[in-house]
Write a protein that binds this ligand. Structure first.
Ligand code: AMP
Ligand code: MG
Length: 408
C-alpha cells in the first residue's frame, strides 16, 4: 500500500473531493482481481469481471412489433390480399408467397419476402378472408430489424459494471446462464468505545447502544461485500492490537468512532505503531475526522463515530472506495440540482450534507441536523449538499443526492 498522505496542518481542512481522490487512488493500488463464476440470478450487486461480448444478434431475426399482417409492400395495390400463413411468436415461418400477406403476432419472425407489418387495427378482413389495408404503408414499418439492439461481437456490458436487475436481464437476453464476477470484498466492521453495548442488553449508566455496527454491516451486505462483524473494540491498546492482528486476512478494516485526536484513540495509536496512519480533517459536516491507513498491510478506514457522520462519510467516501477496489468506474452518486426550500444564512467552512427531503420539488431539511441524530436520516430521502462558503435563499439551487443512490 502506498503512503496515505500527510495529515493536514492544524486548521487546514481537506476538501471532500481531495479525500475521495486519495481514497480512490488507494483503491486502485489494491485492486481485487480474484473472480468467481456465478449463476446469473446470484449476480445482483456484484461487479462484472470481463467485458460481456454478444455472441448473438439481438433480435436474432427481424420480428414483428405488432399484432397484424406482414406483406411485401410492392404487392399492395389496393386489391385485397389473401392470408397465406399465420405466424405466432416461437414459430419459424415459410417465405411469404408473392401476392399474399401473413397474419402475424408480436415477437414472431417476419417471413422472408415481407418488408412491412401493418397493425390489425388498420386492416379489414373481408367476408372472403382477404385483407384490405386502410392506411398508407411504409417499408419496414413495425419491423424490429435483426441486430437492432446488439450485433455479434459488440461489448454490451463493460468489465467493472455493477450488476443489477437490468444488467441481469440484458445478460439473460444474450443467453448467458452464468457471469464471471469479482469476488466479494471481505470487510471487517469494528465498533469502538467503552460506552457501547449491543441492543438487547439493559442500558447501564453512561452507555449507549451500538447503532453503527448494524448500520454498516447491513449496508456492506447490500453492497455485495462479505462482512465480518468484528465486534466492539474496548478503549484499550493491547486489546485493540490483538483484535487488529486477528483481522489480518480481510480486504478492509472499517471502523467507526475513536478517530478524533482524543486520548482514547487507541486505534490510531495501534496504526501508528504497527502500520501507517493518516488522520484527515475533512471539510465535511457531519464528519470531519477520518482515519486512513493500514495495519500490517491491511487497509483501514476509520469513520467518525457519530451515527449521522458515519452514514455520510460511508456514503461519500467508503462506498466509492469499496466499489473502486472491484474496478467500478462510476462510483460517485448522481447529484440533482433542486431549489432549496429553506434558508441558509451562515456560510460554513465545511461542506454540509443535510438530511433532507423533497417537498413540492424543493429540498427541505430535518429540524435537527446534529451528527448524533440518526433519526434525521431515517426521515430523509436524500443528502442536501450545501457547499462550503455558501449561503442560500429560498429557491436557490442545491445539490440533492437521493439516499437510494448510495444505499445499494
Ligand atoms: P468517538 O469518535 O469515538 O469519540 O465517537 C463520537 C461519538 O459517536 C460519541 O458520542 C460516541 O459515543 C458515538 N459513537 C461511536 N461509535 C458509535 C457506535 N458504534 N454507535 C453509536 N454511537 C457511536
Ligand atoms: Mg469513542
Amino acid at each position: 500500500m502506498k503512503p496515505v498522505g500527510k495529515p493536514g496542518r492544524t486548521g487546514e481542512l481537506m476538501p471532500v473531493e481531495v479525500a475521495l481522490a486519495r481514497l480512490l487512488a488507494l483503491a486502485e493500488a489494491a485492486p481485487i482481481r480474484d473472480t468467481e463464476t456465478l449463476p446469473l440470478a446470484a449476480c445482483e450487486g456484484r461487479v462484472l469481471a470481463q467485458d460481456l461480448v454478444s455472441t448473438l444478434d439481438l433480435p436474432p431475426w427481424p420480428n414483428s412489433a405488432m399484432d397484424g399482417y406482414a406483406l411485401h409492400l410492392a404487392d399492395w395495390t389496393g386489391e385485397p390480399l389473401p392470408v397465406s400463413q399465420r405466424i405466432f411468436a416461437g414459430q419459424a415461418p415459410e417465405a411469404l408467397a408473392r401476392g399474399t400477406c401473413a397474419r402475424i403476432f408480436t415477437g414472431a419472425p417476419v417471413p422472408a419476402g415481407a418488408d412491412c407489418v401493418e397493425m390489425q387495427e388498420n386492416a379489414q378482413v373481408q367476408a372472403d378472408g382477404r385483407v384490405v389495408f386502410t392506411q398508407s404503408l411504409r417499408v419496414q414499418q413495425n419491423i424490429r430489424p435483426q441486430g437492432q439492439e446488439t450485433t455479434v461481437g459488440e461489448v454490451v456490458l463493460a468489465a467493472g459494471t455493477r450488476l443489477g436487475p437490468i444488467e441481469q436481464g440484458l445478460a439473460a437476453s444474450l443467453g448467458c446462464a452464468t457471469l464471471e464476477v469479482i469476488r466479494r470484498v471481505h470487510v471487517a466492521v469494528l465498533s469502538t468505545g467503552d460506552e457501547l453495548i449491543e441492543p438487547g442488553q439493559p442500558l447501564g449508566p453512561g452507555q449507549i447502544y451500538n447503532s453503527n455496527r448494524v448500520l454498516l454491516c447491513s449496508w456492506l451486505t447490500r453492497l455485495g461485500c462479505e462482512v465480518l462483524d468484528a465486534g466492539i473494540l474496548p478503549d484499550d491498546l493491547p486489546a485493540t492490537r490483538q483484535r487488529l492482528v486477528e483481522l489480518g486476512d480481510v480486504d478492509l478494516i472499517l471502523s467507526s468512532g475513536g478517530v478524533s485526536v482524543g486520548e482514547a484513540d487507541f486505534l490510531g495509536i495501534a496504526l501508528r505503531e504497527d502500520g501507517e496512519l493518516a488522520l484527515w480533517k475533512l471539510a465535511i459536516k457531519p464528519g470531519k475526522p477520518l482515519t486512513c491507513g493500514h495495519y500490517r498491510g491491511v487497509p483501514v478506514i476509520g469513520l467518525p463515530g457519530n451515527p449521522a457522520s458515519t452514514l455520510v462519510t460511508f456514503a461519500l467516501l467508503a462506498r466509492p472506495y469499496l466499489l473502486r477496489r472491484q474496478g467500478v468506474q462510476a462510483v460517485e452518486p448522481l447529484t440533482f440540482q433542486v431549489p432549496a426550500g429553506f434558508v441558509w444564512a451562515k456560510p460554513g467552512n465545511r461542506r454540509e450534507y443535510l438530511r433532507g427531503r423533497l417537498e413540492q420539488g424543493r429540498a427541505v431539511i430535518y429540524k435537527n441536523q446534529s451528527s448524533g441524530v440518526l433519526r434525521s436520516a431515517a426521515w430523509a430521502e436524500g443528502l442536501v449538499e450545501v457547499r462550503e462558503g455558501s449561503t442560500l435563499a429560498q429557491g436557490d439551487e442545491v445539490g440533492f443526492i437521493p439516499l437510494s443512490e448510495v444505499l445499494g
